[in-house]
Design a protein around this ligand. Structure first.
Ligand SMILES: [Zn+2]
Length: 207
């Protein structure tokens, strides 16, 4: 018995769990009154079979394994391992500078995603491991929620401090190049020359 599988009603009115009570009971599930859900310890094969059963009926399913559950200490652990620099962090997702007091700690593979993924639950990883945590601004954290795909990829790359600093410097270079280019362009019009007063070759205007 490797996993604890919980099945409950889906989002829509025709995805209620009540019509399936007898079937779930026959499948060996136990009723949990407090959450109106059915729970069963299952192995990998049993989990696959019962997840398919729930999916086909639009029911909600969730693995209750410890390694796919949010714990209470992940934030403190992340902050301990990632002290701020000059009271600032760089957001993992958007790269903005964030005050240390405003940083939020995000699960790169979200808890919701992990708890419905048999593959993740069987992988031996834990969602609260430091490799799955990153610092994010509250804006990114809100937008990301349980999204996967590119968000997860970005999280995995930029959770490394060196990658965040590289991205920051790269952007800084682009901004500097743009500003420099704009000044040169401006300066190429003699009448409006922004830097023309710095051309000290001709100082006849002094007298
Ligand atoms: Zn951000």
């Amino acid at each position: 018995m490797k996993h604890l599988l919980k099945i409950s009603s889906g989002k829509n009115a025709d995805e209620r769990i009540e019509p399936y009570r007898l079937q779930l009971w026959l499948r060996g599930f136990c009723y949990e009154r407090s959450t109106n859900a059915w729970v069963k310890p299952v192995g990998n094969i049993g989990a696959k079979r019962n997840i398919r059963y729930a999916k086909e009926r639009g029911l909600r399913y969730e693995l209750l394994d410890k390694n796919v559950k949010r714990n209470t200490s992940y934030k403190a652990k992340w902050v301990r391992e990632n002290p701020p620099f000059l009271g600032m962090y760089l957001c993992t997702y958007c790269g903005r500078l964030v005050l240390a007091k405003n940083i939020t700690v995000d699960h790169i593979v979200s808890v919701g995603q992990a708890s419905t993924s048999l593959r993740y639950a069987s992988s031996g990883k834990n969602v609260n491991d430091i490799e799955n945590l990153c610092g994010a601004c509250s804006n990114c954290n809100n937008i990301k929620e349980a999204k996967g795909g590119l968000w997860v990829l970005r999280g995995k790359i930029y959770r490394h401090r060196s990658m965040r600093i590289l991205r920051f410097l790269f952007r800084l270079c682009i901004v500097a190049a743009l500003v420099y280019g704009a000044i040169r362009l401006w300066d190429s019009y003699p009448d409006f020359g922004f830097l023309s007063f710095l051309h000290l070759g001709d100082i006849s205007w002094i007298s």
